[in-house]
Design a protein around this ligand. Structure first.
Ligand code: FES
Length: 175
């Protein structure tokens, strides 16, 4: 269950502690932001946290914002506690990845949302249990269709296997 505390900006103490681990605070703003995102319960960088990083490191606010918008691994919105990523490359599409994505959308009760080029999607369940993303190719096409759950990769994923993986996440909850 999402608590109000989960979505708050990181505290000054947490930001101070992370910055203190980086002696070259202006040169290592990328590493600082990575650590701060990892430290947030919902794996994202709230705007107030970005402002704090700018003021404490002396890096221009515009530069901090350009870093987090340039690198795809930075999140500016709250993420789920678990992430399922579905490959939408050609090999995986041919072997049913679209149907896997639809299964996840139905399980989450979420409408399909694609980027303008029709290749990328990302959504998070309202309770922040799960974020679903797509990628263009994992480079594991022989195992198509490929899905990752948190950091584990699964090949030749069927609808049944995917449902079992998602059910296992529900049993784990926020763990
Ligand atoms: S197309 Fe899916 S891993 Fe390459």
């Amino acid at each position: 269950m999402l608590t109000e505390a989960d979505s708050r900006p990181l505290t000054r103490e947490v930001v101070d502690a992370v910055i203190a681990r980086h002696p070259d605070r202006t040169g290592d703003v990328l590493g600082i932001l990575e650590e701060l995102q990892e430290a947030h319960p919902l794996k994202y960088l709230p705007q107030a946290t970005l402002e704090l990083v700018a003021s404490l490191t002396g890096v221009a606010r515009a530069q901090v914002f350009s870093v987090v918008t340039f690198y795809a691994f930075f999140n500016l919105k709250p993420q789920g506690r678990h992430t399922v990523t579905v490959c939408r490359g050609t090999a995986c599409h041919t072997r049913g990845s679209k149907a896997l994505l639809t299964t996840l959308e139905h399980a989450a009760g979420v409408q399909h949302v694609e980027d303008e080029d029709g290749t990328a999607t990302s959504f998070t369940t309202p309770d922040h249990h799960l974020t679903v993303r797509t990628v263009a190719c994992f480079g594991q096409c022989a195992l198509a269709p490929v899905v990752t759950v948190d950091h584990a990769i699964y090949g030749r994923v069927t609808d049944h296997k995917l449902r079992k993986l998602v059910a296992a996440l529900e049993e784990r909850g926020g763990a």
